[in-house]
Design a protein around this ligand. Structure first.
Ligand SMILES: [Mg+2]
Length: 369
């Protein structure tokens, strides 16, 4: 079969669970493991790889409903397959697990298209940036000083990252004293020249967030993520109007309408978009276009190796979140995981698709279904 006529054959999902290296928590959640759903899509003699970080419940949805929706469709027409997945899941509700499952299949389809055409995904989309800036992300509220220091030094000294982010808002905003002490500690460890970001994961109330922002002014924090719940668009706007750092949110955006509402509410200075949740690469570029029309930049949320190609193809890119948990996993099981040294990821233009291959023997011990 000629390349343009190749059709999608099989779609299979597998589930892996990886324990964290330390107990982890942010302002509003704690966890000890991360679940990854890996999708493989075959067609035209190639296999595409995609994934999402979600829950094992994505697997039957992908293996049954989404596979039925895309099987037999042309490999090159990813948008058509994406639309078929969205339509077939209408009655299930798009936000949440359904969108995570669609995202995993969509990213695998882009990878498959790239492999079929022997072209990197960033070039299918059109490269704008040769290098994609990243920021170090972790800094969990559960870390003691020694653990926090070691992580910060790995980012700024070993990897030369020029920007880092820690979690604050501990215990739903009930330990502001420790939040501020940890911000001061992080600034002391990284020195004056590295950008310092904080993420409260929606742990504060509106006025509390404004007071925290004023109290951290001396530490030159330039990014205040989810100071209040990202569902509180009026609250985000209120905080944004009264604090110096950029106010950011968007990681729970599961469809384009979510981002449109957030932008219309003037709730953020930078829109965060997660390719493993929003509907994959197909929807990520649309969200970035919405942001561009409003004069905003976008930042990729987590899963850095899955974001690298689409981020490289978006003019209004700010950076990607080089998230500790996902970096550990992706470095361990994906051949082709990118090196952040110097503060950016450079998609490997010599590798087709997303440039990632599953190291099966390394992944197998973590497979749960
Ligand atoms: Mg966040």
């Amino acid at each position: 079969m000629n390349t343009p006529d190749a059709t999608i054959d099989e779609v299979t999902a597998s589930v892996y669970t990886f324990p964290t290296d330390h107990p982890e928590a942010d302002g509003t959640l704690s966890w000890s493991e991360t679940t990854m759903i890996i999708v493989e899509v075959s067609g035209g003699g190639q296999v595409g790889l995609g994934y999402t970080y979600a829950a094992a419940a994505c697997q039957p949805l992908i293996d049954d409903m989404l596979a039925d929706a895309v099987r037999g469709r042309p490999v090159l027409d990813v948008t058509g397959a994406w639309e078929a997945m969205v339509r077939t899941t209408r009655n299930l509700g798009r936000p949440g697990l359904v969108s995570c499952a669609i995202s995993a299949v969509d990213t695998a389809l882009w990878d498959l298209k790239g492999k079929l055409l022997q072209t990197p995904v960033c070039r299918l989309l059109g490269v704008v940036h040769d290098a994609v800036p990243v920021y170090g992300s972790g800094g969990f509220t559960t870390y003691d000083d020694a653990t926090a220091r070691a992580q910060l030094l790995q980012w700024v000294q070993d990897w030369e990252l020029p920007r880092v982010k820690i979690k604050i808002g501990e215990s739903w905003g009930r330990n502001v004293t420790r939040d501020l002490a940890r911000i001061a500690f992080a600034r002391k460890v990284i020195g004056p020249d590295v950008e310092l970001f904080v993420d409260a994961n929606g742990g504060y109330t509106r006025k509390q967030a404004i007071r925290v922002a004023h109290a951290m002014v001396e530490h030159d924090v330039t990014w205040f993520e989810e100071p209040v719940s990202s569902d509180d668009l009026v609250g985000l706007r209120e905080v944004r109007d009264q604090v110096r750092p950029d106010v950011t949110a968007g990681e729970y955006g599961f469809d384009l309408v979510y981002f449109a509402r957030m932008i219309a509410a003037q709730a953020v200075d930078c829109l965060q978009v997660d390719v493993t949740r929003c509907g994959g690469i197909t929807e990520w570029v649309r969200a970035a276009a919405l942001a561009a029309a409003a004069g905003l930049r976008v930042s990729g949320h987590c899963a850095p190796n899955l974001h690298a190609h689409v981020a490289a193809a978006v003019p209004n890119l700010a950076h990607l979140e080089y998230f500790h948990d996902h970096v550990r996993i992706e470095d361990k099981i994906l051949d082709g995981a990118l090196d952040p040294t110097g503060g950016s990821l450079r998609p490997d233009l010599s590798r087709p698709g997303l440039g990632l291959d599953l190291k099966r023997s390394d992944a197998e011990p973590y497979r749960v279904q």
